[in-house]
Design a protein around this ligand. Structure first.
Ligand SMILES: [Zn+2]
Length: 393
């Protein structure tokens, strides 16, 4: 209420003078969370932390990538844009040479200034995602409302030149049906690993940086007045991951520089949500397992290995590719992988291919190949003549 009162006077003055509302209308920090919002946030935190969540791609908070972050952190902000606080967030990010992702609510994009702010974010290299139009609990709305909630913000982003790829459910609250609907628009559902709980630190006791247990129970007592410590402890436990803030709180702007500095001093680096190495599954890729002869590949980078002193390369063909090395009669095998065989695909030189075996689903793991009998490429070796069923295009 205090915030509202503060702005009544300037508005009363401004309106009779005919000053355009849209350019002088200041934005308030959001109201304190309702009991319902607190309850939802507590539930979602438990879902994320305890493994209670489903593993069927229905959760709005559990990410498909859960490890292997290699001390890389993707910073994300929800609920903006905010004309006062978001630009200050952008300044802090620029000082740290960090790009972030902003999940916006369409209802907050009310003026040309808001649209200009979105364009500035986009031009600075930040990712802008969809956080729904009105920030409702989408698990409980009708199918028609769900579509309107997605499409409203989707259109706003298209109008400012952004093709959004990431969606975050308000409160992380999703069901299998809502997640499926969101994906049908081409979005990746994006939860988080590290919850700053900045909304709680910002809300309790007038924003002095104390998170009240009655508002949010999941901050250990030692961190009740230490948001940076709370963030760092989670980042260390996870080895990195997706970090959640809200750029609508002046409190968050005030502590952001110190949190980012502490993370950097601890060896963390900042990446975008679209960093495929850090978040392969979120970006629709299989995580890189250590490649070997017969691993599926798209380019030579996917075959970054050496075997019997030969460098791996990606043999591409229409519809796919597999990793290979050149050979002269024989090829090395590796436990857990399909056995290999030296053949010539060009009639001149030898290269290793995978035999058709259970380990590669009898060639099903290598799209575009089928099992075909081929003769060994003997080359200058003394290997005996032989044939085998191998996976080749
Ligand atoms: Zn939100």
């Amino acid at each position: 209420m205090k915030h509202v009162m503060r702005w009544v006077a300037p508005l009363l003055l401004a309106l009779p003078l005919g000053i355009a509302c849209s350019s002088t209308d200041p934005e308030n920090d959001p109201a304190e969370p309702t009991d319902d919002e607190s309850r939802l946030r507590n539930e979602i935190f438990e879902e994320n932390a305890s493994g209670k969540a489903d593993n069927a791609d229905c959760s709005g908070v559990v990410l498909p990538d859960q490890s292997g972050f290699n001390k890389r952190v993707a910073i994300t902000f929800d609920d903006g844009p905010h004309l006062d606080n978001t630009p200050r967030v952008l300044d802090v990010l620029a000082a740290h040479h960090a790009t972030a992702t902003f999940f916006i609510n369409g209802k907050g994009v009310r003026t040309a200034q808001h649209r200009d702010l979105l364009k500035r974010m986009h031009e600075a290299g930040h990712i802008i995602g969809n956080h729904s139009q009105n920030h409702a609990n989408l698990k409980t709305v009708s199918a028609a409302t769900l579509k309107a909630e997605i499409e409203g913000t989707h259109q706003i982003l298209l109008d400012v030149g952004v093709k959004p790829a990431f969606f975050r459910f308000p409160y992380g609250s999703s069901s299998c049906a809502t997640a499926e609907t969101v994906r049908s628009y081409g979005y990746a559902v994006t939860g988080w690993h590290i919850d700053s709980a900045d909304w709680c630190f910002a809300a309790s006791r007038g924003g002095v940086g104390y998170c009240d247990p009655a508002t949010f129970q999941h901050v250990p007592n030692s961190y009740r007045s230490d948001i940076a410590g709370f963030v760092l402890s989670q980042a260390r436990a996870k080895g990195g991951g997706v970090l959640l803030f809200h750029d609508v709180h002046a409190y968050t702007v005030g502590v952001l520089d110190s949190i980012l500095t502490k993370l950097e001093n601890d060896g963390f680096r900042f990446v975008g949500l679209d960093d495929v190495d850090t978040f392969p599954r979120l970006n629709g890729k299989k995580p890189a397992s250590s490649p070997f002869i017969g691993s599926a590949c798209e380019d030579h980078d996917d075959c970054n290995f050496t075997a019997v002193n030969e460098a791996g390369f990606c043999q591409t063909y229409e519809g796919g590719g597999f990793c290979s090395i050149s050979c002269n009669g024989t090829c090395p095998d590796k436990a857990g992988m399909a056995p290999t065989f030296c053949v010539s695909l060009d009639g001149n030189s030898g290269q290793c291919v995978a035999k058709s075996s259970a380990a590669n689903g009898y060639c099903a793991d290598l799209p575009g190949t089928t099992a075909k009998p081929m003769s060994r490429f003997i080359g200058t070796s003394s290997a005996p003549a032989s044939t085998a069923d191998v996976c080749v295009p």
